[in-house]
Every structure is written in C-alpha cells, then in structure tokens.
Design a binder for this molecule. Sequence first.
Ligand code: ATP
Length: 487
Amino acid sequence: MITIQNLVGGYADSPIIKDLDLDIQEGEFFVLLGPNGSGKTTLFKLITGQLTPMSGDIFLSGKQISRYSKLEKAKKMAVLTQEANVSFDYTVEEIISLGRYPHQKGIIKQLSKNDWNVIEHVMEITKISHFRKSQFRMISGGEKQRVLLAKALAQEPEILLLDEPTNHLDIKHTFEMLDLLKERQRTTGLTVFSILHDLNVASLYGDRIGLLHNGTFLEVGNVDTLRKVDQLKKVYEVKVKTQPHPTIAKPQLLMTPNHSTSVKRLPFECSYKIDQTKDYIHVAFDQSLRTISNGVIGDGIQWIKHFCNFHVPKNYNCDAPEKDLEEWMGRLSIPHEQAVGMMTAVKIEDVVILTKKIEQIEMMVIVTAGTGNAVDISKNLVSESRTIGTINTMVFIDAHFTDGALVNGYMSATEAKVKALQDLNIHDPHTNTIASGTSTDSLLLALTQEGVKTPYAGSGTIVGKGIGEIVYSATKEAITKYLTRIK
Ligand SMILES: Nc1ncnc2c1ncn2[C@@H]1O[C@H](COP(=O)(O)OP(=O)(O)OP(=O)(O)O)[C@@H](O)[C@H]1O
C-alpha cells in the first residue's frame, strides 16, 4: 500500500529520518513505536506530505505520493493528528461533513443522500450522534478526538494514518476506538498506520510494529518483537520485563521503577500471624509474598498476603466455590483479592504446622490431609470424589525465587507429597495400587523474595531438598493424624 525507499527527511538541513525503508501492506494495522524525539512525527509528516523528503521515495499504491493531486490523495488517505484545534465555530456534524469533500462532485459541492448516509453511519459507530449539533470547540478533548476520527472515516479512505489517536482518551474510549479500527480493518480492508506510545496497547492491536530509534528502524516485525527486552531497554532506557497476556497470546510489558519499593521486612518468624479456629486457618503476612498455587482463589503466580484453608462439610457441593470463599473471607475482613483460598473437609484441628531452617533459609509448611480420595494418577481414569480426602499444602519460604524456581519448588513439594503417600502405603481403593495424591489436592509455595535470587529449587539444590524434607514430614504427620481419627 505504502512503500518507502531510502527516505531521508527532517527540518532545514538536518535529517531526522535517515535512509529509511518500509513496506506497509494493504489491510494491515501497522504501529510506529519509538521514544520521544526518535522521529515518529517527522516520518508521519513525510508520509502525509506535510514535509517534503530530502531524498528517497514514498509510493502510495505504486505511484509516487508527490504525483497525487490533493483530492486524489484525500480519497485514498485520511489523516488524524493530535492537533484538534479547529478555530471556526463548526458544529460536530459540519466538521464530519468536511470529510465527504473529496467525494463530492460538480462545481457546487453539495452533500448527496449517500454522503448523509455515510455521515450518519460514522457518527453512529463513533458514538457521537447525540452531540452532533454541539459546537466543536465546546466539547472535551476526548470527544474532539472521536469527532475527528468520524471525519476521517467519513472520507472512506483506503489507509488511515493516526498520530497518537488515543492521546486524550480514557481507557474505555481508547479500547473502543482501537476496536472500531480493527473492525473497519476486518470488514472494509482498511489499512491503518498509527503512532502509539503505549507498548502494551501496540501489542494488543498491531499486526506489525516498527521500532524507531534515532530516525531509523531498529526492527520491523510482528508484536513478538516486544519480547526482546534488551532492545527495549536500550531504546527506552527503562527496566522492562515482558510477560504473556493472561488470556491472549500477546506480550505485555512491565516496567520496574528505579525507586526502591521494598520496605524493611521483619524477621521471617515475626512477619506473619496465624489465626486458627475449627472453621479455618488463616495466615496473614505483613507484606505480600510471591506465590504459585492452584488454590480455589489466588491461583497462578501472584503477590499475596493472606493464605486461608476453610473447613467445608463432607458433602459440600457448590457450583461457584470461589464465591463462597470470597464471602467467608469477607466476613473475616480478609481481602479476597489478596488471598489464596483453599477448602478441605478434613478437621482443621488436625493441621500440621512445621518450621525449619535450612542453611539460613527459614521455611514453614502447613498441611491438612485426608486420603479418602486417594488416586493413583498413572492408573485410575475414574475421576470422582468419594469422601473426605484432600491434601492441602502451604509452603512459606524466606528466600528469593525466579518464576522458574517457583515451578521447580512446586515440583519438589509434589514429589515429597507423593513419597509420603508411598511410605505410608496409601492406596487408591479403585486400582489397589499406591496413590500419588488425592483427586483435589491444593499446593501453595510462597516466597518472601528476600536475599539472593535463586534460579533453581529442584532436588539438586539445598532449598529444593529443604522443601522436600519439610513437606514430606508434615504430609506424613497430617495423614497419620487423619488415619488415627477415622479408625
Ligand atoms: N518543526 C521542527 N523544526 C526543527 N526540528 C524539529 C521540528 N519538529 C521536531 N523536530 C526535531 O526532530 C526530532 C524528532 O522529532 P519528532 O517530533 O519526529 O519525534 P517523535 O518521535 O514524534 O517524538 P514524540 O514522541 O516526543 O512525539 C526531535 O529532535 C525534534 O527536536
């Protein structure tokens, strides 16, 4: 759609854009990224014709852009810039009708029925019909932006060029505008070229991105380019980490500020309180811990302060156990958004709490165990809950784990639990083979993130062995208590 070759351009004698090549393909959503002063607006102005190139070529649909007449260009290309200043007293509707100008025929340019249909349609999709009669200068910055988008869409362009289109928009309107552009891209084949500052929004909406640095592209590629954090650190000069979006396969970026967010922690043994009744056990830490868990709530990898295991009746059956946990926590003034919540039919008074220090690393493990639902995962394909029988394990460690070490530590704790079941000769009643767990086990690992960062926590490491030892002991003791009780 647009082909740029060896483009050099800028202001007076100094080139800002230096020997740049780019191919914007028909129907794609191309995002131009780059730090302040990298030349984004200059490149934008060279494409739109506000600046004349010093050298090089820009082709629009194969024809030199400079050879298009103003009207011809306006039929193919609409431009939305940050300058939302319209000095005349136009109404919103009048501004949008200006977008139809390139399509109007004859000497006396009048709006046709089709023009009005298009104007109505763009006002509707940009949700501005209700203030169509308002004076443009009287509406808010965000509303102006939507009106100017409607005007650009009224032009029915093949390509839309946008310079920071979401600048004045709140989150809702940002996403609405970009969703609308994606929809137009999908339904009408609109090509979009947009400057954006927000890397995360660029990742969510861009088909391809170009990362501009000192007037040249460091990289042009799909959004996975944003996984290259070293490149981003160099360009933006910030500490940045890439993370997957939780529900779609796109990278999202997290910035770490230079100012320290860490507050001095109390010694591990003074940093938590345990509240235990017959209905629940609640461990509250003074600061959030880095956690990995499969709790009913607070699952995945998170930062969490409150850790709860609630007793439920043997025949507890609920479609939305998260809601129950939230309600029970609410009654205890525990903020459920900052909590891992587990459930057990085992008596809370049979809980086992062990603490241990291994090579200066403090650990605490809390286990409630029942084995009524013991399962040999390698043999039993029947998944049904029969009776009281869940092993809930919480492991707290005063150490600093990477995310990989969290997963490693999770494996270590699981292996230790399996070994305890094996040594206690717990059988799956269906297969009559040694059980590897129960059908509804929960496990939590929570780290203070104090001390030197540890990349591994498997059985080949001291900390991994420590997890294994303490989880094994506590699980064995908790199962023994349970077996004694049900005898
Ligand atoms: N009208 C101008 N005259 C002279 N130099 C200019 C002019 N406009 C911009 N520049 C210079 O060109 C360089 C690139 O500016 P440009 O506006 O293209 O950057 P940008 O990437 O769009 O930045 P931002 O993210 O801050 O909008 C800057 O060093 C700037 O000082």
